[in-house]
Ligand binder design. Structure first.
Ligand SMILES: [Zn+2]
Length: 381
């Protein structure tokens, strides 16, 4: 475990021991008071906002959307396909990229089912890679499977899961590094085929930080044991993973990379901007990081405007009722509204109010440019 060795930690211990915070030099009125009634637990305290401001719900996106990070159910039967289509129609999602693991027969059966159902203009598929037990010769085998999947209709690679880098092992039992030379042939093949590689690396930086009461994701980490990566004896650090991922990007400048979840740099967008500046072959996707974008509407707005050609819409988990939160953050200037998952964020969101030109690139323009295999007709000019 890593521990913060700051004065903050010492102060926290004191606070937990029910003494006044010792670190503050200047005393303030009421400082150090304790509740005279029993305080609620973190789960019990659910304050309702009393703020009255204009509200603009956005049940339907302003422009049709390509969701490049779709995790709908396996689309190998009409019932599943039609259920997802109904939700897409309601939300104005024109095309969904199936980013669930899918290769070989599993990939082909979905492509066929979608075609038979008459929805080949609404779904496209990424191919997954089998990165387990990599050893000598694995790269060529994985690349050959990729060629086969692309010939069958896959338009990209992904989603490569966070396991890659965090804990996927090689045949010899060591951790598979993302920049392992055995995989060079795979990334070069993607570059030659002109398909993007959609990769999820690590997880939010807070998951690698000490699980103390200063951690912004304390509740989520307390709820989900499998999201705790702070044990250095088992996992690389967040920064080591980012450095390794960046070496992989750098090694393959002719391959297009899409960083899932904005590379987990939404709490520090300038860091992602530096990656964009250095690597013209890198784009990023906004899935599951709305809680960070929506708490910095001005800085995020500047970022999206500046890097309007580098950002893609993606949602991640397929919960139709959660998409409108994204539309509202991107399309309105609403203030201080609820997010859909309280364990991601105990704070409220603000609308970024993106201009139409930026919104169109985010919603569909960049995806169409990147993936010629997407249905190219029927989009706004
Ligand atoms: Zn995903």
């Amino acid at each position: 475990m890593r521990f913060r060795s700051t004065a903050m930690n010492a102060a926290l211990v004191v606070a937990v021991g029910a003494s006044p915070l010792a670190c503050d030099a200047q005393s303030r009125p009421g400082q150090g008071r304790q509740p005279t009634i029993p305080p609620p637990t973190i789960l019990e305290y659910q304050p309702q906002s009393t703020l009255v401001v204009p509200e603009h719900e956005v049940p339907r996106a302003k422009f049709p959307v390509v969701d490049i990070h779709g995790h709908p159910p396996t689309l190998d039967n009409l019932e599943a396909i039609e259920r997802v289509i109904a939700a897409m129609d309601e939300l104005n999602i024109g095309v969904m990229v199936q980013a669930r693991p899918s290769s070989g027969a599993r990939l082909r059966s979905q492509i066929e089912a979608v075609r038979e159902a008459g929805y080949e203009d609404r779904f496209v598929f990424f191919a997954s890679l089998d990165l387990n037990d990599v050893g000598p010769g694995s790269g060529a085998r994985i690349a050959a499977q990729l060629e086969e999947d692309v010939a069958a209709g896959a338009v990209g690679i992904g989603e490569i899961s966070k396991a890659f880098g965090l804990y996927t092992r090689k045949a010899d039992g060591t951790r598979l590094a993302m920049d392992d030379p055995e995989l060079d042939v795979v990334w070069e093949t993607a570059g030659r085929l002109g398909i993007p590689v959609f990769v999820h690396t690590a997880d939010p930086p807070e998951f690698f930080e000490p699980l103390d009461f200063t951690n912004e994701r304390w509740l989520e980490l307390a709820l989900f044991e499998n999201r705790r990566f702070m044990d250095e004896s088992r996992f690389p650090s967040f920064d080591d993973l980012m450095a390794e991922r960046n070496r992989m990007l750098m090694k393959h400048p002719n391959t297009t990379w899409i960083l899932a979840h904005m590379g987990w740099h939404t709490a520090d967008l300038a860091r992602l901007g530096a990656i964009f500046d250095e690597h013209p072959n890198v784009l990023a996707e906004v899935g599951a990081v709305l809680y960070d974008l929506g708490r910095q509407p001005r800085f995020a707005g500047e970022f999206f405007a500046k890097y309007r050609d580098r950002v893609l819409f993606g949602k991640d988990s397929f919960q139709p009722d959660e998409y409108p939160y994204y539309w509202r953050v991107f399309e309105t200037a609403d203030e201080y509204f609820d997010y859909y998952r309280d364990y991601h964020a105990f704070w409220k969101l603000y609308g970024i109010d993106l201009p139409d030109e930026v919104l169109q690139k985010l919603y569909f323009g960049n995806a169409l440019r990147l993936m010629p295999g997407l249905p190219q007709a029927g989009w706004p000019d």
